[in-house]
Design a protein around this ligand. Structure first.
Ligand SMILES: Cc1cc2nc3c(=O)[nH]c(=O)nc-3n(C[C@H](O)[C@H](O)[C@H](O)COP(=O)(O)O)c2cc1C
Length: 199
């Protein structure tokens, strides 16, 4: 039997948001770590990020990053980007075309920072930003930080590097693999237009 979302736009959208919402709290979800792709015409690349928020009402998703990461400069020049998800069990691929807003030192970062775990603040405490060259193999952290030997108060130091990337979704593309026949659909969220595509 085919699932309700096999050939029904509304059911597909429902399924997509269920999967995105679940990924925020479910560490086992394959949608929790999408590939985020950005750049310009001559230099673009992808990297894994952790999905931190999904909001169907506003058509947004968001993730966290370090202000010193190369992708921040790229996003300032070109906020258009993409996000790619695949769930092997569900046989569902979701591709998002998005426009990004980089939040730094504002109410949005304040709220997200307050919810970060003491231990996960470690990645914002590296002396030099992600992608900096080093003469030796390194985590970029001082030894005491590597050993989680720091107080919550000391971890506040990382806030100055903390960014929240808000991604406004413009298009969603859905691909469902099924023995009976794959199905593919595109959702234009700005124009509220749903289209079937040949997979
Ligand atoms: C499982 C996993 C989760 C990651 N989560 C994030 C994240 O939420 N934000 C982020 O900026 N980088 C994250 N990274 C690291 C990025 O993939 C990338 O290495 C880093 O952001 C530096 O690359 P860039 O500056 O070119 O983006 C994660 C990597 C892995 C493997």
């Amino acid at each position: 039997m085919q699932p309700a979302y096999y050939e029904n736009f509304d059911e597909i959208k429902k399924k997509i948001w269920l999967m995105l919402d679940d990924a925020i709290s479910n560490r086992a979800s394959e949608f929790r770590i999408p590939t985020f792709i950005c750049g310009d015409q001559s230099d673009f690349d992808g990297r894994i990020v952790v999905l931190r928020k999904s909001d169907q009402h506003n058509n947004t998703v968001q993730f966290h990053s370090d202000i010193r990461s190369d992708k921040i400069e790229k996003l300032k020049k070109n906020p258009k980007a993409a996000m790619l998800f695949y769930d092997k069990e569900e046989k569902i691929q979701v591709r998002l075309k998005i426009e990004c807003v980089v939040n730094h030192n504002n109410d949005i970062t304040k709220e997200s920072w307050s919810k970060t775990q003491h231990i996960s603040r470690k990645c914002y405490l590296v002396d030099n930003g992600p992608g900096s060259e080093s003469e030796i193999p390194t985590s970029g952290l001082k030894p005491e930080l590597d050993n989680f030997d720091y107080t919550k108060e000391q971890s506040e130091e990382g806030y100055k590097n903390f960014t929240v990337i808000q991604c406004k979704i413009k298009f969603i593309e859905w691909l469902y693999l099924a023995a009976k026949g794959h199905r593919r659909a595109r959702f234009d969220l700005e124009n509220n237009k749903d289209t079937w595509l040949v997979p």
